[in-house]
Design a protein around this ligand. Structure first.
Ligand code: ATP
Ligand code: MG
Length: 521
C-alpha cells in the first residue's frame, strides 16, 4: 500500500470523525459513513446493516450493491436474529455469511470485510465493504476500519437516540395538539411555558401571548365550587409526592367577559430528588355537566311542584266530600267532582309529557305517518277547546282545500293542543285566539295567535327548551315548560319547523310548518 494512500486514509478518518459528530439525521449519517469507508478502503461497494431494539436486522444503507443481493442478505440476517437468544449471535457468523455470499454472487471477483458497530458492549450494526482486487484486507485496513467503526457506532447510536427523541416529541406534540382539554405546562415558579390549542380556544388568547405569563394572571377562577386553587394548595405544602394531583372547579375568567365553567387538574412533575420541576394543568370545560346538574335541579323542583298541586287539590276535595258530618248539596258535589276530574286530567297530561320528554331523550319518540286531513283536525280541536272557555273566541281561518298531508294524527293533535292551551292559559283576560293556515308549494304553515301577555323578547330564544318558563308568567300560571319542547320535537320529526312569529300588537303568535310530503327523519 502506498504511503500517500495511508495519508488519505488518515484524512478520511478525520473527515468522518468531524462529519459524523455533526450529523444527526440517521440516513444522511449512514450514507456518509459508508461513502467514506468505501473510499478509504479503496472499495467498490458496501452496506451498513443495523439491528433494532428487538434484535431484528435490516440493511440501512448501501452503495453499489445490487438489490437482489440485499434482499438475500436481509433474509439471511433475519434468520440469524431468529436465534432464541440474540446475544448468542456472533459477528463471525454473520461475517461468514457475507463472505460466502460475496464470493458466490461475484464469482470470486469481490472480497469483503465486515466490522461491527459496538456501543456499550452491544453490537448495534455492521459495516461491510467489498472490493474487487485480489488479496484479503490487511491488518492495517482492519485496524483503520475498526477505529472509525467505533466512532461511527457512537454517532449512529446518538442519531438513533435523537430520532427517537424527535419522534417522542412529535408524538407528545400531536397529543397536546389534538387533546380536547386545555393543557398548560407551567414551571415550578408558575410561569406558563406552553399551552395547547384547546386552551387557546377556551380563553381566546393566542399561545404566544400566554407564554411567560404567570399562572395566577391567566387562570383566574370566580365562584369557585370545589377544591382549592394551586396557590392556596402550595401554601399548604402541595405537592407532597409526585402522585398528588390537585383538582379545582370554578368559572374561568375570559377575555370576552363570558366566564367558562371549568374543572382543572394539576399534576406535579418532580425530579428524582423530589424537587418540583413543572406542573401540568389540564383544564376541562364542564359546561355540559353544569347544565345537566341545573337541569336535574329544575326537573325536580318543577315536577315536585307540578305534581304536588293537583294531588293536593284532589286530596282536599275528596277529604271534604267524605266528611261524615257534612251533608253536601248535589251541586257542590258536582263542582267538586269536576275539579277532581280536571286535576286528574292535568296529572295524566303532565305524566304523558314527562314520558314523551324522556322518550325523546332516549331517541325513541315514534311517529305513525298516514294521510291526515289537517283542516278538519284543526276544526275539531278548536271546537273542543272552545267548550272549555267562555272568555276566548277561537277563530279558525284556513284557506279552502287545506291539503291532506302525511303526518302522525295524534302527535299533530298534541302540537295543536299545546299551542291552543298556551294561548288560553297566557291570555287570562280573554280575547280572540286565531288559528290560521297557509299553503306553500312544498309545505303547509299553521299559526296560533292570541292577544295575551306575550313572550318577552329576551325569552323568545329559550321557550322551546326543556322546562323553560318565562319570568312574566311563572308566578301566575301553572306549567312544566314541556309543551313547546315536545311540540318542536314532533314538528322536527316530521321534517318541519316551529317558531315564534314577530307579532304586531298584543300577544303571541307561534307558527309551525309541515312538509306536504313528509320524509320521516
Ligand atoms: P306545559 O306546557 O308543560 O304545561 P308551559 O306552558 O309553561 O308548561 P310551554 O308550553 O313549553 O310550557 O311554554 C314555554 C313558555 O313559553 C311558557 O312558560 C311561557 O313563558 C311561554 N309561552 C308559550 N306560549 C305562550 C303564549 N301563548 N303567550 C305567552 N307566553 C307563552
Ligand atoms: Mg304549555
Amino acid at each position: 500500500m502506498l504511503p500517500d494512500f495511508r495519508v488519505r486514509q488518515r484524512d478520511y478518518l478525520l473527515e468522518i470523525s468531524r462529519a459524523i459528530t455533526q450529523e444527526l439525521d440517521l440516513d444522511n449519517l449512514l450514507a456518509r459513513i459508508l461513502h467514506v469507508s468505501i473510499e478509504m478502503l479503496a472499495g467498490q461497494a458496501g452496506l451498513i446493516a443495523l439491528r433494532d431494539d428487538r434484535g431484528a436486522w435490516s440493511v440501512a444503507a448501501s452503495i453499489g450493491v445490487a438489490a437482489p443481493f440485499l434482499g438475500y442478505l436481509e433474509k439471511l440476517l433475519s434468520r440469524i436474529s431468529e436465534h432464541d437468544d440474540p446475544s448468542l449471535f456472533e459477528l463471525e457468523e454473520i461475517n461468514q455469511v457475507v463472505q460466502q455470499l460475496t464470493r458466490i454472487a461475484s464469482f470470486g471477483l469481490l472480497t469483503g470485510v465486515g466490522l461491527p458497530l459496538i456501543v456499550h458492549q452491544k453490537i448495534i450494526g455492521v459495516i461491510f465493504i467489498f472490493r474487487n482486487y485480489a488479496g484479503v484486507f490487511s491488518s492495517n485496513d482492519r485496524a483503520l476500519l475498526q477505529s472509525f467503526a467505533d466512532q461511527a457506532a457512537i454517532a449512529v447510536f446518538n442519531a438513533r437516540l435523537y430520532t427517537q427523541i424527535n419522534r417522542e416529541r412529535q408524538r407528545l406534540n400531536a397529543i397536546l395538539d389534538s387533546a380536547a382539554d386545555g393543557i398548560l405546562i407551567i414551571s415550578a415558579d408558575h410561569r406558563i411555558e406552553r399551552v395547547n390549542p384547546a386552551f387557546v380556544r377556551m380563553v381566546g388568547i393566542p399561545a404566544e401571548a400566554l407564554r411567560g405569563h404567570r399562572h395566577e394572571d391567566v387562570i383566574v377562577l370566580t365562584s369557585q365550587k370545589e377544591g382549592m386553587t394551586l396557590e392556596v394548595a402550595e401554601r399548604d405544602g402541595w405537592p407532597l409526592t409526585p402522585n398528588t394531583t390537585l383538582y379545582v372547579e370554578g368559572d374561568l375568567k375570559r377575555l370576552n367577559g363570558v366566564p367558562l365553567p371549568v374543572g382543572i387538574t394539576y399534576a406535579p412533575l418532580m425530579n428524582p430528588d423530589g424537587v418540583l420541576v413543572s406542573i401540568i394543568a389540564t383544564v376541562r370545560d364542564i359546561t355540559r355537566f353544569r347544565e345537566a346538574d341545573e337541569l336535574k335541579t329544575t326537573f325536580i323542583s318543577v315536577i315536585s311542584h307540578e305534581l304536588k298541586t293537583p294531588v293536593a287539590l284532589i286530596k282536599g276535595y275528596v277529604s271534604t266530600l267524605r266528611r261524615d258530618d257534612a251533608n253536601w248539596d248535589p251541586s257542590v258535589i258536582q263542582d267538586s267532582l269536576t275539579v277532581i276530574e280536571e286535576e286528574a286530567d292535568h296529572l295524566t297530561e303532565l305524566i304523558e309529557n314527562l314520558l314523551d320528554a324522556s322518550r325523546l331523550q332516549a331517541g325513541v319518540l315514534s311517529m305513525n305517518l298516514s294521510d291526515l286531513a289537517l283542516g278538519p283536525l284543526i276544526e275539531r280541536i278548536a271546537q273542543k277547546f272552545q267548550t272549555q272557555t267562555t272568555q276566548h273566541v277561537i277563530v279558525v281561518d284556513l284557506p279552502p282545500n287545506f291539503p291532506v298531508i302525511m303526518a302522525d294524527e295524534n302527535r299533530i293533535s298534541q302540537v295543536l293542543s299545546n299551542l291552543i292551551s298556551n294561548a288560553i292559559k297566557y291570555s287570562p283576560e280573554g280575547g280572540p285566539i286565531r288559528i290560521s293556515g297557509q299553503v306553500r308549494p312544498e309545505q303547509v304553515i299553521v299559526c296560533v295567535s292570541d292577544e295575551g301577555s306575550g313572550i318577552p323578547p329576551e325569552d323568545i330564544p329559550f321557550v322551546f327548551d326543556r322546562f323553560y318558563r318565562a319570568e312574566n308568567i311563572k308566578r301566575t300560571t301553572k306549567g312544566a315548560g314541556l309543551g313547546l319542547y315536545l311540540a318542536r320535537a314532533v314538528v322536527e320529526a316530521h321534517g318541519g319547523n316551529i317558531w315564534v312569529d314577530p307579532k304586531t300588537g298584543k300577544g303571541t303568535k307561534i307558527c309551525f310548518s309541515l312538509p306536504k310530503e313528509t320524509k320521516q327523519k
